[in-house]
Design a protein around this ligand. Structure first.
Ligand code: GL4
Length: 839
């Protein structure tokens, strides 16, 4: 993916010094210099990692030039800035992405070669920041990419977890969690800014006082103070100068605390404070959707939100803007309820610290905040017990009471005498032992509320948030998720990128709808032939990788049938397994049976405490062990579990897939974004009418999408009419045989008890309607198998999927947020020539 054109576009006047220049020779020299002066190594002792660092710093220098110009421009032009508040970010490895965005991939490739090295080997050295669980954190990263590419001023705020999401190993077929020490070898992409540290208070009590003007005021006397130190990572846009900031906060002990302790001679006490403070940002909570209500989690949320809002106010006041205009200068987006405490914190800062009156502060707050909901699962809705909340954040509890009282007064006027409404809307859940409902706080404190796919937004309006929708319909809108084509096509699938660009030019990389120009080529036999060659080569790459890493041989001409995502019962990886076992039974009954060869590829982590999800992983590996070795199968079925599914490893998987499994129970997957990444790389989807699948199907055409299963409405109706999974088992021989084989111990060395919880769960409860959707899924898979036989038609369908996937670019999503919610405009960044600063 090339791009020399960008050089003149980007640098303007010819800048060719060692830290900004783009020529191969300049780059080569810079790498050598950085090896020497930053890594402190010479070639004879340098490791591949040293060279990776030397290259990363070389690229960082080129980015810094743009970054500084961006910050400067935002300061000078007093622009409105998007502040994305997210407890999670999954940016993936930075180096490759930055090369794509800067347009210097080919030059760097050559400079690295001229240094006697291989770019791919260096890229593989990077440890990705796994600062998120899955879709929600990755969405935040895609949005940061699009914001920069669309030249929108933006800051992403989050937490610099010392340990990100655990690394997954598979031992004896089971998931084992390993600490993710991602910072162990240093992080060349971040710059610490200790001079911008802020203090965050915890615990203690509040007291009232009367100020000089005789106003009643409240003061918070904390029990503990923690220092937040920002670490900034540049986020480059694609072929623009705009380079935004991802600012992640690390918790440290405030110096004054050490000092106090030292004066009293309590050295160990001081060190202790340091340890407890630093614990705050030690580790990411690995639960994807069910939440635990742990104190440390609330501390993390409040910590990063308080740091971020204090930082925003500081920036605002530095610009000498009056506080009243705060919401004209910042649009704050809450990525789910994790940062929703920000609403109470901004009120506290404005009212207690900046002495603004409540009504004005509330207008500012509501105008600044907007809220995205990311899940309908009731177990994922965050609530905090009053006891815990009040102990940790006594002032915020008072503020939430005040917000609630004023809110309920309003509700009372609208719904005269309807006490049910009051109880339903209240920020406090009085039923389950008094808890604060963070989603309610987020709704009341925001001017805009959105879901992440059309169905999801509708279900919000009729389900969890229906009372708020009834109250404020104008606040609600849908913003269907999107993903960045820079990482998810250009970077990870250079073969496909080149094929596309050779035929329709490069405009699609920024205007993904331009992929439409591929549609007529779906009828061009020579283009289709090249398309197939690309897919085949990419599938061979994955086969090679699996061969080297797992010693498993897979057939690149088989269907690559892929399900890669977090493990959760609602995502129904076990439905996929039932299909595999059904095919296996067919072979065992009739060894001669005709069957399109398939390679089933799974990837994904289970939350460490989620026993059923871990058992499903074990089931997949166990079925794999039996099936992969069975001579009767004759390689018609292969099962691969790719360990440690993360951004890095996913990048090999999406491009190689033929079939994308999006088989959640309808109404459960808010959107899904993996579904989009597969489609963009020419996989066909087998899926339910759930989340964004519905819109993908609409976009690519029903005839190009493998649909099965109950609708969300049918799911709800079936559950309401006392669903009996056992009846499906009794009446469906193939289903019965598959379940019986699993419970017989066939896949567990005769141990009939191992998978009992899973099978019994399905037979007696089956909350996600696996058995109800089984036959529909099997029939649909049979037609997939048939269709794959006709490679011409399959390829045509794949091309049409890509041609019509434009809507699912995160650029489209971000444009919608900008227009409907944030009201921010692009700001073009011009590069000034670098001149050494004079103090
Ligand atoms: C999620 C949803 O489960 C997923 O469907 C969606 O695509 C993603 C981004 O909006 O958000 N919600 C949570 S919680 N984790 C997710 O991945």
């Amino acid at each position: 993916s090339g791009q020399s054109d960008s050089m003149d576009v980007q640098t303007g006047p010819q800048i060719e010094d060692d830290r900004t220049g783009f020529s191969i020779e300049t780059l080569r020299r810079a790498i050598a210099d950085n090896l020497y002066y930053i890594q402190g190594k010479f070639p004879e002792i340098a490791t591949q990692y040293d060279y990776y660092m030397a290259l990363a710093y070389t690229v960082r220098d080129r980015i810094l030039h743009r970054w500084i110009n961006t910050v400067k421009t935002y300061r000078e032009q007093d622009v409105k800035v998007v502040c994305y508040l997210s407890a999670e970010y999954l940016p993936g490895p930075h180096l490759g992405n930055n090369l794509v965005n800067l347009g210097i991939y080919p030059q760097v490739e050559q400079a690295v070669r001229a240094s006697g090295l291989d770019l791919n080997a260096l890229l593989a050295e990077e440890e990705e920041p796994g600062l998120g669980n899955g879709g929600l954190g990755r969405l935040a990263a895609c949005y940061m990419d699009s914001l920069a590419t669309l030249e929108i001023p933006a800051i992403g705020y989050g937490i610099r977890y010392e340990y990100g999401i655990f690394d997954q190993e598979i031992r004896d077929g089971w998931q084992v969690e390993i600490t993710d020490k991602w910072l162990r070898l240093g992080n060349p992409w971040e710059i610490p800014r200790p001079e911008n540290a802020v203090d965050v208070k915890f615990g203690g009590y509040t007291e009232s006082y009367t100020d000089d003007q005789g106003h009643y005021r409240v003061r918070w006397v904390p029990h503990q103070v923690v220092k937040g130190v920002p670490y900034d990572t540049p986020i480059s846009g694609y072929r623009v100068n705009t380079t935004n900031t991802l600012r992640l906060w690390k918790a440290e002990a405030p110096e004054s605390f050490d000092f106090q302790a030292f004066n009293l001679g309590d050295y160990y006490g001081a060190v202790d404070t340091k340890i407890t403070s630093e614990n705050l940002t030690k580790v990411l909570y690995p639960n994807d959707e069910p939440i635990q209500g742990k104190q440390l989690r609330l501390e993390q949320q409040y910590f990063f939100v308080s740091c971020s809002l204090q930082n925003l106010l500081k920036i605002h006041l530095l610009r000498e803007d009056p506080l009243e205009t705060f919401a004209d200068k910042f649009a704050i987006q809450l990525n789910d309820t994790h940062p929703a405490i920000g609403i109470a914190e901004l009120m506290r800062l404005l009212v207690d610290e900046y002495l603004i009156n409540w009504e004005i502060a509330w207008d500012i707050t509501q105008e600044a905040f907007a809220f995205t909901n990311h899940t309908l699962l009731p177990e994922a809705l965050e609530t905090w017990s009053l006891e815990l909340f009040g102990r940790l954040l006594p002032r915020h509890l008072e503020i939430i009471y005040e917000i609630n009282q004023r809110f309920l007064d309003q509700v009372r006027l609208k719904y005269l005498g309807n006490t049910d409404k009051l109880a339903q809307l209240s920020l406090l859940d009085e039923r389950r032992g008094k808890r604060i409902r963070m989603a309610h706080l987020a709704c009341v404190g925001s001017h805009a509320i959105n879901g992440v796919a059309a169905l999801h937004t509708e279900l919000l309006k009729t389900g969890v948030l229906r009372d708020f929708y009834e109250l404020w319909p104008e606040k609600f809108s849908n913003k269907t998720n999107g993903v960045t084509p820079r990482r998810w096509m250009v970077l990870i699938n250079p073969r496909l990128t080149q094929l596309i660009s050779r035929n329709i030019g490069e405009s699609w990389i920024k205007q993904l709808d331009d992929l439409r120009q591929l549609a007529p080529l779906a009828n061009d036999p020579s283009f289709c032939h090249e398309w197939r060659q690309v897919k085949r080569a990419v599938k061979q790459d994955l086969a090679d990788y699996i061969q080297t890493t797992q010693g498993l041989t897979i057939n690149p001409d088989s269907i690559y049938d892929v399900q890669a995502k977090r493990f959760h019962e609602y995502k129904r990886q076990h439905l996929n397994v039932l299909h595999i076992v059904t095919l296996y039974n067919r072979i065992k009954h009739n060894p001669e049976i005709e069957m399109t060869p398939r390679t089933f590829i799974f990837g994904g982590k289970a939350a460490p405490g989620y026993r059923m999800a871990k058992l499903i992983i074990k089931l997949i590996t166990a079925v794999g062990d039996a099936v992969n070795q069975d001579p009767d199968v004759c390689d018609r079925i292969k099962i691969v579990f790719m360990p440690d599914f993360n951004v890095t490893n996913s990048q090999r998987i999406y491009p190689a897939a033929d079939l994308s499994e999006q088989i959640s129970t309808a109404g459960k997957e808010a959107s899904g974004t993996g579904n989009m990444k597969f489609s963009m790389n020419g996989a066909l989807t087998i899926g339910t009418l759930d989340g964004a699948n519905i819109e993908i199907r609409e976009a690519v055409g029903a005839e190009n999408f493998y649909l099965f299963g109950l609708t969300a409405q049918e799911v709800a109706d079936l559950k309401a009419s006392s669903y009996n999974p056992r009846a499906y088992y009794d009446s469906n021989a193939a289903l019965r045989e598959a379940l019986d084989l699993i419970s017989s111990g066939y896949f567990s060395h005769g141990d009939g008890s191992l998978f009992q919880p899973l099978v019994e769960g399905l037979l007696h409860h089956d909350p996600y309607l696996v058995l109800a959707d089984y036959q529909s899924y099997i029939d649909c898979q049979d037609s997939v198998g048939q269709a794959f036989q006709d490679q011409e038609t399959w390829t045509r369908t794949a091309i049409l999927n890509v041609a019509r996937i434009g809507k699912f670019s995160s650029d489209r999503a971000i444009r919608e947020y900008c227009q409907d919610i944030w009201h921010v405009d692009p700001v073009h960044i011009k590069l000034e020539e670098y001149v050494q600063a004079k103090a």
